[in-house]
Write a protein that binds this ligand. Structure first.
Ligand SMILES: Cc1ncc(COP(=O)(O)O)c(C=O)c1O
Length: 448
């Protein structure tokens, strides 16, 4: 059902949307309001937001306490510069609140307005760090296939979803990609006796050696790959990655833009492995998406290099909206709320219920080839045949059928992603699973 003609006419005449093509905007959903996990369109359709906006609306929609935090800060000081020599209380309090929270050695924060700016900041900080240590040739960044790190030129070049590249070539040099640690579809070679986690970590070591460790500055990874297909790595992967990075003096950037702030059932994505990155990028969930905010946290050793630089080698990196007081005030309130409702604990509990429900669907529908997830970032992958794992080519059909039933999410090819707000209830999880089950049944009935 289309939105009102008037709004649609203005939209088509004047708006360029992310990933724009007019063919994909024939009958757009125009959202008007939301409450908890539910969203409502201007033409009165209600649906569960199965992707929490874009993986970010952790506290759900319509949260008045977040709105009040923004209003209060705006009424007193909406904006001021955080350029060196000035600052504001909410941004300072937020940096203090976040110090050591995710990882004990990450105690210093630089704020941005979103994920791509965060990863850009991380890449530039890597260059800065090695240059200051007399190793300016360490500029290469190793990323993974199916990674998503943003769409500015450098972050697009780090992104391993190749569809983002062709019309914007040439990419920024010195970004390369190794296979993702995808237990269901590993694209690299696995030696006899090796686990996929070991093979994928070996791919990192081999890439570093091939390129020359003296040229490799950093490795970047999402703890759970989101946009590239909800890829949950094997348990042995990240500890090996950390060892390899240490061995060859390669900085490890954790892109926690999706996984940070409770999504995986832990507050941050790598704590379950007992390891720490050198830089963490964050965004999205830090404000539950209520205002644009992101940042990087840097390790104490990187901080020392910045703090001890001569003035003519200062860290010459900045954004107008770095440390935006209103965004920071909303983030502080959001973190308070996430803790109050134990969002990470609920993600762990509801994530398990969701996975159980999806496994139940897999018993019913052989078209589901794989069920995976960690906390409340889960997926099913549709296949034509479980043996061959050939794609079913039905992801979008199932997505649309689920939407008709009141469950809104995204299909990444044949992968249906589930990443609802972290405040979701057991009943809403069950409704989601039921709607997706009915959607699969309907699509299959149409095919028969
Ligand atoms: C892991 C990851 N990194 C970076 C980004 C880019 O963030 P933004 O769209 O805020 O620039 C995203 C966005 O989805 C993401 O999922």
């Amino acid at each position: 059902m289309a939105a009102t003609n008037d709004i649609l006419a203005k939209d088509r005449a004047h708006m360029l949307h992310p990933l724009h093509h007019p063919s994909a905007h024939q009958e757009p959903l125009i959202f008007e309001s939301g409450h908890g996990v539910w969203m409502r369109t201007v033409d009165g359709r209600e649906m569960i937001d199965g992707l929490a906006g874009l993986w970010n609306v952790l506290m759900g929609h319509g949260n008045v306490e977040l709105a009040d935090a923004a209003r209060d800060q705006m009424a007193s000081l909406a904006y001021c510069s955080s350029y060196v020599g000035s600052g504001n209380i909410p941004a300072i309090e937020l940096a203090d609140r976040m110090a050591g929270w995710a990882y004990p050695s990450l105690n210093t924060t630089f704020f941005t307005s979103g994920g791509a700016e965060s990863n850009e900041s991380a890449f530039k900080t890597v260059r800065y760090y090695w240059r200051r240590l007399g190793k300016p040739e360490k500029v290469k960044v190793i990323a993974r296939e199916q990674a998503y790190h943003g769409i500015t030129l450098a972050t697009m070049s780090a992104t391993g979803m190749t569809g983002f590249w062709p019309m914007f070539e040439p990419r920024v040099p010195n970004f390369l990609h190794i296979p993702a640690p995808n237990p269901y579809r590993y694209s690299g070679d696995v030696k006899p006796g090796e686990t996929i986690g070991q093979a994928a970590a070996r791919a990192l070591e081999e890439a570093i050696l091939r390129e020359g460790p003296e040229t490799v500055g950093a490795f970047i990874a999402e703890p759970v790959q989101g946009a590239g297909g909800v890829i949950v790595p094997p348990e042995d992967y990240f500890p090996l990655v950390r060892q390899i990075c240490d061995k060859y003096e390669v900085l490890f950037i954790a892109d926690e833009v999706i996984t940070g702030f409770g999504r995986t059932g832990d507050w941050f994505g790598l704590t379950r492995y007992g390891i720490e990155p050198d830089i963490m990028s964050f965004a999205k969930g830090v404000t539950s998406g209520y205002l644009p905010l992101g940042g990087i946290q840097i390790s104490d050793k990187i901080r020392d290099v910045i703090m001890n630089a001569p003035a003519n080698e200062r860290w010459m990196h900045a954004f107008t909206y770095s440390g935006h007081p209103t965004c920071a005030a909303v983030a502080l309130k959001n973190i308070e709320l996430l803790e109050r409702v134990d969002a990470a604990g609920n993600a762990a509990k509801m994530g398990k219920r969701l996975l159980d429900g999806l496994h139940g669907l897999a018993e019913e529908f052989p078209i589901i080839g794989d069920v995976r997830g960690q906390g409340l970032i889960c997926a099913i992958e549709l296949v034509a045949d479980r043996e061959t794992r050939q794609p079913a080519g039905l992801g979008n059909d199932v997505r649309e059928a689920a939407l008709e039933r009141g469950f809104f999410t995204r299909a990444i090819g044949d992968i249906i992603a589930f990443a609802p707000p972290l405040i979701i209830t057991a009943d809403e999880i069950d409704q989601s699973v039921q709607m997706v089950g009915e959607a699969i049944a309907a699509v299959q009935a149409r095919q028969a």
